[in-house]
Design a binder for this molecule. Structure first.
Ligand code: HEM
Length: 405
């Protein structure tokens, strides 16, 4: 139930028009009702840059568990899926502030720009190997053959997983995805099975790292466990978070970014002429079509948002993708311009929960697209229109991206 005032209009994000053109709908919502109500989700929605930016930094709004689909199940189903829920509640972005700081302290050293730079040669190697594998055919599905396996390899390396297990990790990560969308019961059961298998697998490696530590995230977690700083359950849950957070999002940025380049041949030509523009191109990809469409928050006390008071305990979606196309902040917001200057986009969030892997994701996307353009001067799309799949509650990702080269 909403108890908002008359100035807050209601919107349906799930009409065929909204699913086909989420940016179009969000432009309308931003202009008509900066604080909007989504009855199907029992949640508010913010779309203006200024409001989203302020809400991301607002300590009166806790990070919300994005696995809301689990809360809509019957009591018996909730009971059945309790293990997966309990594990997700231990993920660093979903914990109370004290636990959040504890995990941040432990993990941040793996994601500093210097550490990320040390991984750069490995990212080049992985990209080269993936392209070698498809080179003889002169065609590939960028999603399947490059964008998915690359970040999976990188994050698995960072965590300390053996190379031979990486395909399995990708499959598990895929199975978990429906928990953060609108998965049906069957998908949620599969997600739980895969997550529990992943836990068992991680526990085995954790035991090895306890005996013989290495320079990887799991070893750090095990050292922290020995000091009583984290439990094994927390360590395992947060490794799953890293695998998942570091995988899907980066893969989607690589694929969405390439579609933007195909759709803007002038910009692609410019980038081919001046590869030094790649870091700015990656920022513009994040702004125009960043993989994190929204993040969720819950009000811990009554908060004024976009001029209306939202009571405590309400779910609020912050539409990063709408903020990033706010015409008040970005001139010609729908134009993809790799030389754009000015305000920072919010594609990695902002404030307390700012993306831990931002530097890593930037570097991977930069290297991957740079090498792809260098090695494939004849790169062309092999599709009529991109095959977008809607992602809940709003946004899209590519199921496949066939190209020839
Ligand atoms: C293009 C790729 C990526 C995008 C668009 C992205 C986006 C985001 C966003 C928007 C948040 C903030 C969530 C919130 O405010 O509630 C976030 C948090 C987070 N991201 Fe990323 N992410 C990406 C890649 C990565 C990678 C590569 C990793 C790690 C390997 C990662 C790990 C995390 C973690 C651990 C958090 C939680 C941070 C915290 O709670 O302090 N992300 N990400």
């Amino acid at each position: 139930m909403s108890d908002h005032g008359a100035t807050v209009r209601e919107y349906d994000l799930f009409t065929p028009e909204a699913l086909a053109d989420p940016d179009g709908l969000l432009h309308r919502v931003r202009a008509e009702s900066p604080l909007a109500w989504l009855p199907q989700l029992d949640a508010y929605l913010l779309t203006r840059y200024a409001d989203v930016n302020a809400a991301l930094r607002d300590k009166r709004m806790d990070s919300a568990n994005m696995a809301r689909v689990l809360q809509r199940l019957t009591p018996a189903e909730q009971e059945e899926l309790a293990p997966v829920r309990r594990s997700i509640e231990m993920w660093m972005g979903h914990t109370v502030p004290a636990d959040h700081v504890r995990f941040q302290q432990l993990l941040k050293r793996y994601f500093t720009p210097a550490m990320v730079d040390r991984l750069r040669p490995r990212v080049r190697e992985f990209t080269g190997e993936l392209l070698d594998a498809v080179a003889p055919k002169g065609q590939m599905d960028v999603v399947r053959d490059l964008a998915y396996p690359l970040p999976a390899n990188v994050i698995a390396e960072l965590l300390g997983m053996p190379v031979t297990d990486r395909e399995q990790l990708q499959a598990w990560s895929r199975d978990i995805l429906p928990i953060f969308g609108d998965g049906d019961l069957q998908q949620l059961r599969r997600a739980q099975r895969s997550m529990l298998e992943m836990h068992d697998y991680l526990r085995l490696i954790a035991a090895e790292r306890r005996r013989a530590p290495r320079e990887d995230v799991l070893s750090t977690f095990m050292a922290a466990e020995a000091e009583g700083i984290v439990t094994e359950d927390e360590a395992v849950a947060n490794c799953v978070l890293l695998l998942f957070a570091g995988h899907e999002t980066t893969a989607n940025l690589i694929a969405n970014g390439l579609v933007l380049l195909f759709e803007n041949p002038g910009q692609l030509a410019r980038l081919r002429e001046s590869p030094g523009l790649m870091p700015r191109a990656v920022e513009e990809m994040l702004r125009c079509d960043g993989p994190a469409g929204v993040v969720g928050r819950v009000t811990t006390e009554p908060v004024e948002l976009a001029g209306s008071t939202v009571p405590a305990g309400r779910h609020v979606y912050l539409a990063l993708m709408a903020a990033n196309r706010d015409p008040e902040v970005f001139a010609d917001p729908d134009v993809f311009d790799i030389t754009r200057e000015g305000r920072r986009h919010l594609g990695f969030g902002m404030g307390t929960y700012y993306c831990l892997g931002a530097a890593l994701a930037r570097m991977e996307t930069d290297e991957c697209l740079r090498i792809l353009l260098e090695r494939c001067p004849e790169l062309r799309p092999a599709y009529e229109t991109p095959q977008w799949l809607p992602t809940a509650p709003i946004g899209h990702r590519l199921g496949s991206l066939p190209v020839t080269f």
